[in-house]
Design a protein around this ligand. Structure first.
Ligand code: 5GP
Length: 192
């Protein structure tokens, strides 16, 4: 039997809403004892990313094989042809180490984790100020081509309607305020 004492903290939001920055901020607080759930993905590695740290970068074939082996807690084709998923082995590894786990995953994936572990999960939705601001942030990143940016904007517009299904919504209008709010929420949840 897997050891399942740890709590789960899910940060979900449209791409560009700043959730990754918030997750990194929380990971930098040793007193929270959080570990990052490294997802598997079939998308290409971006500059500056490390295999096994940002993601487990695997081929589409490997990804499909793992789906068949029921190796995922949740998985999704987040964008056309690009698969992302949380491996059961990743949660077991972190739970065995006595960690609380923090996730940076998309909205569907976040709700999926919450549905599977309702009592031990805090599901946080990070709300960007507006779709226009989101678009600006995605363009500033300069890591993707125009059609990929458009794909992310379309998905973000749909995802914004999901906010009310989460335990809590953080409005990321001003980063320092959002960081402080995220810290308080997580600390309170872990002490519960
Ligand atoms: P990116 O390509 O920008 O790293 O991620 C694209 C989207 O996929 C982001 O919203 C990210 O949070 C999400 N994502 C990352 N890992 C997972 C996962 O394991 N499952 C799901 N459902 N989404 C994920």
């Amino acid at each position: 039997m897997a050891f399942t004492q740890g709590k789960l903290i899910v940060f979900s939001a449209p791409s560009g809403s700043g959730k990754t920055t918030l997750v990194r901020h929380l990971l930098g607080k040793p007193e929270l004892a959080l570990s990052f759930s490294v997802s598997a993905t079939s998308r290409e590695k971006r500059k500056g990313e490390t295999d096994g740290k940002d993601y487990y970068f695997i081929s589409s074939e490997d990804f499909k094989q793992k789906i068949e082996q029921a190796a995922f807690v949740e998985h999704e084709e987040v964008y056309s042809g690009m698969f992302y998923g949380t491996l059961k082995s990743e949660l077991e590894r972190l739970w065995a180490a006595g960690k609380n786990i923090i996730f940076d995953i998309d909205v569907e994936g976040g709700l999926n984790i919450k549905a599977q572990y309702p009592d031990r999960t805090l599901a946080v939705f990070v709300q960007p100020p507006s779709v226009e601001e989101l678009e600006k942030r995605l363009r500033n990143r300069q890591s993707e081509t125009e059609d990929k940016i458009q794909m992310r904007i379309d998905k973000a517009t749909r995802e914004l309607t999901y906010a009310n299904r989460f335990d809590v919504v953080i409005e990321n209008n001003e980063l320092e305020t959002a960081k402080a709010q995220a810290y308080r929420l997580v600390q309170e949840f872990l002490n519960r």
